[in-house]
Design a protein around this ligand. Structure first.
Ligand SMILES: O=c1ccn([C@@H]2O[C@H](COP(=O)(O)OP(=O)(O)O[C@H]3O[C@H](CS(=O)(=O)O)[C@@H](O)[C@H](O)[C@H]3O)[C@@H](O)[C@H]2O)c(=O)[nH]1
Length: 406
């Protein structure tokens, strides 16, 4: 297939592009390189040394003989350019990662909220709009989030996208139907993914677009089979307070002797998936498109659930790291249970990498190897969900004032 990977320079976009190229597909990355600009804005860098996208694709070609094409296009702002590209290339499938993906970054300030909403919603809508106008029947696979469901404690498993409901009719019968699971976002970022869902519902219904939405959990790990092939193909790894996700943050904190930063009681339960499984799921989704006219296909893309404090305790046991409980900068339930259905990917043959099997390797391979690149002052999570919470944020889990956290 000819596949366009929107956002193919990012944390999941890059290994996905390599994985699909390795499988023999013709890959075109469309990216505005915004993630690299945000690194500059925040004054942080990936733990792993990352080359330019042009250099990365050159190395891939030298290693494998395969070409990955790069096109500098901003989906949210360059509508005409995007449309021109799609009309000239007419891809068979599109994988859409081209959104701002960090919840803390989206909550940093009014400016960051605006940026996240404008960028994410426009990128998704521009893409859908262009597909219809060009009569392009490409299968769109979007990377969504488990966060669209919220984290309720009702004790029932979260279904894959749709919830069966029974409604009493005016003549006393019970009519049953399936509705999109009620959206319950926990951040501006997560809210944009809820808005995406509505855009998908409309365009699938109105124009028959073929769309798959992957509700993904928190990704951990960094390497995939292809990124291991050459030092310069390495994936990015974020550890800072805005972009670092919880498990990867704990791993690097353990490696540099920084206390593991548990928010609140650590009773938050979340869904997880290894990066290698994430790219496999995307390939499985591409191989199993919905038919034209069908409703949006939704998969829960996660393999296990864990409580944050249990993860911290596990890594502390393995590494000897200290655990600190910090005031939570986020407005979220302090404790929740989480049961998730993920039968669809398992039925398609996904054999998940478990945390227990993969974790130690990650600490040794990545966290310790690049620990010298860490700027400790960028570790604290200081983006607060409300102005009140901002006053309680702990800028210094190590116990001494940090020089610069601006
Ligand atoms: O140092 C830390 C960092 C986080 N947390 C806690 O860990 C949980 C998860 O935080 P996270 O930053 O790992 O994940 P999140 O903000 O939910 O976002 C990440 O995971 C989402 C999947 S999910 O969480 O919605 O399932 C993706 O959509 C996002 O792109 C990705 O950045 C939260 O309760 C947070 O308070 C800590 O206790 N300590």
């Amino acid at each position: 297939m000819k596949i366009a990977v929107m956002g193919g320079d990012g944390f999941i976009g890059w290994p996905t592009s390599l994985h699909l190229s390795d499988a023999g597909h013709e890959i075109h990355i469309l990216d505005n390189l915004s993630r690299r600009w945000i690194d500059t804005e925040l004054g942080v860098q990936s733990l792993t040394p990352m080359d330019s996208i042009q250099e990365r694709t050159r190395i891939w070609h030298a290693e494998t003989g395969r070409r990955i094409h790069f096109h500098l296009i901003d989906l949210a702002r360059d509508y005409e350019l995007l449309k021109k590209w799609l009309s000239e290339h007419r891809p068979d499938a599109i994988v859409h990662f081209a959104e701002q993906r960090a919840a803390p970054y989206s909550m940093k300030s009014d400016r960051h909220k605006n940026y996240t909403v404008n960028n994410n919603v426009n990128a998704t809508h521009n893409l859908l709009n262009a597909l219809v106008d060009l009569n392009l029947d490409a299968h769109l696979v979007h990377l969504g989030t488990m966060g669209v469901y919220g984290y309720s404690t009702i004790g029932a498993a979260i279904p894959e996208g749709y919830l069966p409901v029974g409604i009493e009719t005016t003549d006393g019968r019970t009519a049953s139907q399936e509705i999109l699971y009620p959206a319950n976002p926990g951040s501006i970022y997560h809210m944009t993914k809820c808005l995406d869902q509505l855009l998908f519902q409309f365009y699938a219904k109105n124009d028959g677009l073929r769309i798959t939405d992957l509700h993904q959990g928190i990704v951990w790990g960094t390497h995939t089979e292809q990124t291991r092939r050459h030092e310069q193909l390495i994936n990015r790894f974020d550890y800072d307070g805005d972009y670092g996700t919880v498990l990867n943050r704990f791993l690097i904190q353990a490696a540099i002797g920084y206390p593991l930063t548990v928010h609140g009681t650590g009773g938050q339960t979340r869904a997880f998936i290894h990066i290698q499984d994430s790219v496999r799921c995307i390939e499985l989704a591409l191989k199993n498109p919905p038919v034209r006219g069908a409703r949006v296909e939704i998969f829960n893309q996660m393999t296990e659930t864990h409580r944050v404090r249990d993860l911290a305790d596990m890594i502390a046991r393995m590494s000897g790291a200290e655990v600190v409980r910090l005031p939570n900068p986020r407005k979220e339930a302090p404790e929740n249970d989480l049961i998730v259905k993920n039968d669809k990917f398992l039925d398609l043959g996904l054999a998940p990498i478990t945390l227990e099997a993969g974790l130690l390797g990650e600490i040794v391979d990545v966290a310790k190897k690049y620990a010298y690149r860490v700027d400790r002052s960028r570790v604290p999570a200081i983006s607060a969900w409300t102005k009140d919470l901002a006053a309680t944020v702990n800028h210094d889990p190590e116990g001494k004032r940090l020089k610069s956290v601006s």
